[in-house]
Design a protein around this ligand. Structure first.
Ligand code: ATP
Length: 270
């Protein structure tokens, strides 16, 4: 088939301005931006620039967004693939895809490689008794480890990987010189939800009765992705009702709808 091997974006527009909240995580990845922009500043005293960092946190909290923002801020190309693409892959395809990915990223260095859902390839080995495809998953994981170990000190490719299950990852991935840093990306608190609302309200035509403090308080447990969803839903609801602006009621309806969806997804009964 002609399925694409991985995504490549050489002109990333995402910046830290697009990432609301996550102050601690942003501070940590700022250092990675600095490594990519001024590697000599760090290697001059004999230090080794880290090869990889793991972004750990629940779904929809902005891990992909943050990784993209690192590339955007450092003005380097962004290569990405998702671990879930490797499930049920033919023998040899996963490993060769990883090899190609690293080859391209090295050619375009300095660069960022982002692996979403790394748990799909990086689950601890030998824990899953399934046949066939499991071997291929191990081949893919081994290739990833080989590639990271093969980086020279001045390759200047940094690999970011995201997971919401750091606990099930093969410990070999976390060894020194691989993903030896973990950056936590948690669900937003009320103050952070407000900041995320501000980002996603920017493009909307807002009515005067909109109260962001109120909305932030009405959405405990919502991720950044859920909030982005609420803002978009509210705009669609308002439009459907022929309104000229998105008002408070549209937001309340959108929040209800998203909560309904979340309940179905998590089978929570309230
Ligand atoms: P997953 O684990 O499901 O892949 P993720 O943590 O990678 O999720 P993203 O894909 O980065 O989450 O988030 C999805 C979308 O939600 C983003 O494109 C953005 O619109 C919005 N979003 C999430 N977190 C934030 C945030 N902190 N600030 C602004 N927008 C956010």
């Amino acid at each position: 088939s002609k399925a694409k091997l991985f995504d490549q974006n050489t002109e990333v527009k995402t910046s830290f301005k697009d990432v609301a909240g996550l102050e601690g995580a942003k501070e940590e990845v700022q250092e990675i931006v600095d490594f990519l922009k001024f590697p000599e500043k760090y290697t001059t005293l004999g230090g080794k620039i880290p090869k990889g960092a793991l972004l750990v946190g629940p779904p929809g909290t902005g891990k992909t967004l943050l990784a993209k923002a690192v590339a955007g801020e450092a003005k380097v190309p962004f290569f990405s693939l998702s671990g879930s693409d490797f499930v049920e892959m033919f023998v040899g395809v996963g490993a060769s895809r990883v090899r190609d990915l690293f080859k391209q990223a090295k050619e375009k260095s300095p660069s960022i490689i982002f692996i979403d859902e790394i748990d799909a390839i990086g689950r601890a080995r030998g824990k899953n008794a399934m046949s066939g495809s499991n071997d291929e998953r191990e081949n893919t994981l081994n290739q990833l480890l080989t590639e990271m170990d093969g980086f020279g000190t001045n390759t200047n490719v940094i690999v970011l990987a995201a997971t919401n299950r750091a606990d099930i990852l093969d410990k070999a991935l976390m060894r020194a010189g691989r993903f030896d840093r973990q950056i936590f990306v948690d669900l937003p608190d009320v103050r952070e939800r407000k900041e995320i609302f501000e980002v996603h309200l920017r493009p909307l035509k807002k009515a005067k009765d909109l109260d962001i403090d109120f909305l932030s308080k009405q959405t405990p447990g919502f991720s950044g992705a859920d909030i982005a969803n609420v803002c978009n839903e509210a705009a669609l609801i308002a439009a459907r009702n022929g309104k000229k602006e998105v008002d408070k009621q549209d937001f309340l309806d959108a929040v209800d709808r998203i909560i309904g969806g979340l309940e179905k997804k998590n089978k929570i009964i309230t």
